[in-house]
Every structure is written in structure tokens, then in C-alpha cells.
Design a protein around this ligand. Structure first.
Ligand SMILES: [Zn+2]
Length: 379
């Protein structure tokens, strides 16, 4: 799961200004998506991305995905940014082949960054959370291109005990025509009778849940919503994520590497240092014990500025991770070799599955503009 406010490039807002004027916020969100889409198309049609590629494309990129599966046609899909269709993945791989970009593993990327070997531009494909559709829909496409993939697994998801609260929330809102909830202590009645109203209610509750002080607070609230609206959140992990047995067979494929994504998929920056250390060390140990292979690469859950910072980057190094990735948008540059546990990524976002934007994405122009032309975002 990654973060939505940078929705195009990532995919999470922090719910700042929770009680801000929500209709205005929803409007702002629509406006922002329109601006992003217009910006991408302007870059594409102007051809600026071709001119700017030598400046902004860097030495490589790490692409971030979550679900890869055929399109669903539900009118209400609040997590749609987290899924792409197999054809879009195929189009990105084919595009990279036309650019003669090496598609490599995270091990190889680590080596090239550490050795400053940038003779050939490279790309990595990473998938967060360990969804079963990565095996059923992404791997067959990756095989067509003999392209490696890294899947970051939250060990509780593989255990079948983890909580995918954003999907539980989607199911609560989908099932209800109205929801009563105490947003910051104010009993609020949210209309969820139409797809549009559901989207607005989902956004509001999503930001509120993510802004609650602690993980237990968030879990308590989402569990209460699930009970009230007849959603069984305890089965979602088993339903959507690969189990240890499935992961063992999946990881046997020479194209597949399994990385860590903490135990509980928590916001690490909100934890104590002891808890972060436990999450990092134990999740890695559980994966290595179950799969009998090293898990030397990490993805920070949510991965944005409020979920992982310098403390987490240092601890990831301390616990022996060769690389760790955030969801902060950005290409890789030579100096990324100095930030191996804070590597930025480029999201392949379900809301922007237009093949025309692929050259804009790989040119690095979009992320450069988004980052105000700053190359490294690891502070
Ligand atoms: Zn995740």
C-alpha cells in the first residue's frame, strides 16, 4: 500500500486538516488529478520529455506496483490507483526494451549503484504487499520479457493474519448506503448511496484513519466499522495475499525475489525505535526461515515522508538490508548510491494507464517537475 496524496506518483494523504471543508477537498483532489493528467499530456504532446530525457532520466528507475490483474468494472474503486492491468505492465516492459534499458533485479541494482557502474541505463520492477495476482498475472508477463521482479511481503499478510485496512474500508463503504462514524469525536453521518458519495466518504475516512495517533487506534476504528457493516476483515489477507506455501513455489522462479515489508505493515515512523527494530529484523527473519533464501531488500509500508525517514533509513542499514525503497517519487541518479536504504520509486498508477505517458514517465521529466527538480529526496 502506498500513499495517496502524491496519488499520481505514489499513490496517500495524511489527512491533514481532517475537518477541513470536505466538499472543497474532494474538489481539490479532482482538480489535482486533472492538472496531473493535463501536465502529463502536455509533456507528451509537446515532446518536451524527449528533449529533457538526457537531463532528468538519471541512471535508472525502480517501478512500483501493487496489484496486477484484469480491470474490474465496479463504479466504486477507491484503491484503483493500486492496480494495473497486465497489458499496461506489458506495454511498460516493451517500451523499456525499445529504449534498450536493462531490466534487472534489486541485487543487480544494488551492485551497480554501489560500484557506480552506469554504463547502461537500468530499471527494476517491484511489487508491494505480496498479492496473489502478482503470481497469476504479473509473473507471466515478466516471463515474456525474461524480466526479474521483486515482491515485498508483509509477513503477517503471508501468515493470513495481517490487516489490509484500506481494502476493509473499501468493502465497508461499498456495502453501506450511509455510515455513522465519530470523526475526531464528532458523530458524522456520511452519505454512501452513490459511487461519487462513496468515493468522498472513503477519502474522508481514509485520511482520518491514517491521521489517528497510533496503529491500535486505527485498527480499533476500522474493526468497529467492519463489525457495524458486516465486513469480515480477518479473511482479506488470506483471500488476496500469497501464503508461505505459495510464496515458496513462487520464489523458486528464477525471476522472482522476495523482499521484506515489515511484519504488520505499520507506519514505522510512528513506532518506537525498539518496535521498528523488531519489525525490520523479525519480518526479514520470518521470510528467510519460511523461504530458505535471503531477504535483503526492504520496502517501507506507505513509504512516504510521514511513514519512513532518516531513523528508518539508518535502521534498515543496521539490520543488513542491501536496499530499501520508499514511495517518494523519483528516478535513480549516481548519488542514489549514497542513499541505498532510501531509494525513490516511480509508481505505475492504475489511474493513469495510458501508454502515451510511458515515455514521459521514463524520461524522468514528470518526477523532476513533481520534485521541483531536486534529484534526491531522502531527508
Ligand atoms: Zn504496502
Amino acid at each position: 500500500m502506498s500513499d495517496r496524496d502524491n496519488s499520481f506518483f505514489n499513490g496517500f494523504s495524511l489527512g491533514s486538516g481532517r475537518n477541513a471543508n470536505w466538499p472543497a477537498r474532494a474538489l481539490m483532489k479532482q482538480l489535482r488529478n486533472t492538472v496531473i493528467r493535463a501536465g502529463l499530456e502536455a509533456l507528451y504532446f509537446s515532446g518536451a520529455h524527449v528533449l529533457l530525457r538526457p537531463i532528468f532520466a538519471g541512471v535508472g528507475a525502480i517501478f512500483m506496483l501493487h496489484h496486477v490483474r484484469p480491470r474490474r468494472d465496479d463504479a466504486f474503486q477507491p484503491n484503483h490507483h493500486l492496480e494495473v492491468e497486465p497489458d499496461f505492465l506489458r506495454a511498460m516492459l516493451a517500451h523499456l526494451r525499445t529504449l534498450d534499458v536493462d531490466i534487472i533485479s534489486m541485487d543487480e541494482a544494488h551492485q551497480r549503484l554501489a560500484e557506480r557502474n552506469f554504463s547502461q541505463r537500468f530499471a527494476c520492477f517491484t511489487f508491494d504487499d505480496g498479492y496473489r495476482d502478482n503470481r497469476d498475472f504479473a509473473l507471466p508477463v515478466m516471463r515474456e520479457f525474461d524480466a526479474p521482479m521483486t515482491v515485498y511481503v508483509a509477513s503477517d499478510f503471508a501468515e493470513g493474519s495481517g490487516r489490509l485496512w484500506w481494502i476493509a474500508l473499501e468493502r465497508v463503504v461499498a456495502a453501506a448506503s450511509a455510515i455513522e462514524v465519530a470523526l475526531d469525536g464528532n458523530m458524522t453521518r456520511l452519505d454512501t448511496s452513490t459511487a461519487q458519495a462513496k468515493q468522498a466518504a472513503f477519502d474522508r475516512m481514509h485520511d482520518w484513519l491514517r491521521s489517528l495517533p497510533t496503529e491500535p487506534d486505527m485498527q480499533r476504528e476500522i474493526s468497529a466499522l467492519c463489525v457495524r457493516h458486516g465486513v469480515d476483515e480477518s479473511t482479506i489477507a488470506r483471500e488476496l495475499c500469497l501464503s508461505w506455501d505459495e510464496l515458496k513455489r513462487f520464489a523458486d522462479d528464477p525471476l522472482v525475489a522476495i523482499g521484506a515489508h515489515t511484519i504488520t505493515h505499520c507506519n514505522l515512523a510512528r513506532q518506537t525505535e525498539a518496535s521498528v527494530s523488531f519489525e525490520l529484523a523479525t519480518s526479514r527473519a520470518r521470510i528467510e526461515a519460511a523461504l530458505q533464501q535471503p531477504a535483503l531488500h526492504l520496502a517501507y509500508p506507505y513509504g512516504d515522508k510521514i511513514a519512513a525517514g532518516p531513523r528508518e533509513f539508518a535502521l534498515a542499514k543496521t539490520f543488513g538490508f542491501k536496499t530499501a525503497v520508499t514511495t517518494r517519487p523519483g528516478m535513480l541518479f549516481p548519488e542514489s548510491g549514497d542513499h541505498l536504504t532510501a531509494l525513490q520509486r516511480v509508481s505505475l498508477n492504475g489511474n493513469y494507464q495510458d501508454e502515451r505517458i510511458l515515455p514521459v514517465l521514463t524520461s524522468g521529466t514528470a518526477t523532476a517537475v513533481w520534485n521541483g527538480f531536486r534529484r534526491i529526496d531522502a531527508a
